[in-house]
Design a protein around this ligand. Structure first.
Ligand code: CP3
Length: 341
């Protein structure tokens, strides 16, 4: 039994005194304690060393106090497992050595034994759970097929991923092959994480909103649907950032337990778009954490009032930014913990 299972109760739709809270990218680089480790070990060494994974995952739990931990890792471990060399360059972000440039290259990508290649993640989960000592649930995650394909073709982060989109529109069959292959790998990966002990999994489709509704139906929806049908044994949260137009469809046509929404959507719009039994997560503008603390406190309470305290998980609308003061992140979490008092 977990000492704090509020997050799982909100996912199950059980009534709660107050909603649970955690922050996307909470184990990241706004924490001075994380920056110290960043100086000592390179990024993927941090991801591959179970003791470091456990230590970093627990930093925000000890320092900020959210109701759930998210495993320290990265969405790009999947393309790495498929054979790409990826460097995390300071100031630039991830850079892949040989981005896919032709349909032939895409069709030459072969599936790998994900459980074997990513066994270090499963080890990280086991060590992290020991260290968490059942204090809070542990969230596992993966990138979604579309978002991973964006990086594999573009080769690095981008404002519009124009190269990746051009590839998909020019070679739809090669894109479908890659998206299917990624979907298989992601399903296997998330099921392995659940068997290793994560209590829930979240799928990050960070760049879904770069597509309009028609292309969302082609390049995103079928794959997310299949992931929700074939990942079993734990609640699954979908985060299709920017795809407000697809909330209704994601809620009605997939088996997701919850949908995470960004700050472009009002709580009323989101609730109205989805079926009643689904949990919503979100959606405080990460930059809003730069506001004075009393403003954050007021806005958080109002956000809970508007989403409703049940079937709701308080979170940001995207990852926390590196320039957020730690005491502002703490104020965000505490405002939720004192809701209704
Ligand atoms: O709470 C956590 O931080 C948990 C671990 C986590 C990381 N990345 C660690 C990380 C999670 C959940 C992610 C997800 C991730 N990674 C996403 C989806 C969520 C989102 O923000 O949209 C994406 C698109 C990536 C790819 C990625 N990794 C980028 C674009 C970058 C560089 C820019 C950035 O966000 O810093 C990374 C690097 C990365 N992943 C860092 C961390 C803590 C920072 C680099 C470092 O510490 O050296």
């Amino acid at each position: 039994m977990l000492k704090n299972d509020l997050y799982l109760r909100a996912l199950a739709g059980q009534p709660v005194q107050r909603p649970p809270v955690w922050m996307m990218r909470q184990a990241g680089r706004y924490l001075p304690s994380y920056l110290k480790l960043q100086e000592k070990y390179d990024f993927f060494t941090r991801c591959e060393t179970p003791e470091l994974v456990a230590e970093i995952t627990c930093l925000p739990i000890d320092e900020i106090g959210p109701d759930a931990a998210i495993l320290f890792s990265d969405i790009l471990v999947v393309p790495r497992a498929l054979g790409w060399h990826i460097e995390m360059k300071p100031g630039i972000g991830p850079v892949l050595d040989y981005p896919i440039e032709s349909a032939e290259q895409a069709m030459a990508v072969r599936p790998v034994d994900v459980r074997k290649a990513l066994n270090y993640v499963m080890e990280g989960i086991r060590v992290t759970n020991e260290r968490l000592d059942r204090k809070v649930p542990l969230i596992g995650f993966s990138g979604a097929p579309w978002t991973l394909l964006c990086y594999m073709i573009e080769g690095r982060g981008s404002k519009d991923f124009a190269k990746a989109k051009a590839f998909c529109f020019t070679h739809p069959d090669a894109a479908a092959y890659l998206l299917s292959l990624l979907t298989d790998a992601i399903i296997e990966y998330l099921n392995a994480q659940i068997e290793a002990g994560v209590h829930a999994v979240q799928v990050f489709d960070s760049w879904a909103g770069l597509l309009g509704p028609d292309d969302f139906d082609i390049f995103v929806m079928p794959y997310l649907k299949r992931i929700t049908e074939e990942v079993q044994g734990a609640p699954l949260i979908l985060f299709a950032k920017g795809s407000w137009y697809a909330l209704k469809q994601l809620s009605g046509q997939t088996r997701a337990t919850a949908l995470s929404v960004d700050w472009a959507v009002s709580p009323e719009f989101a609730r109205q778009a989805v079926r009643h039994e689904i949990t919503l997560q979100g959606n405080y503008d990460p930059s809003r954490l730069l506001s004075p603390v009393p403003v954050i406190e007021k806005q958080v309470k109002r956000m809970i009032d508007r989403f409703g305290k049940d079937r709701y998980i308080v979170n940001l609308g995207h990852g926390i930014l590196p320039n957020i003061p730690v005491n502002h992140a703490k104020a965000f979490v505490n405002a939720v913990k004192t809701y209704g008092q």
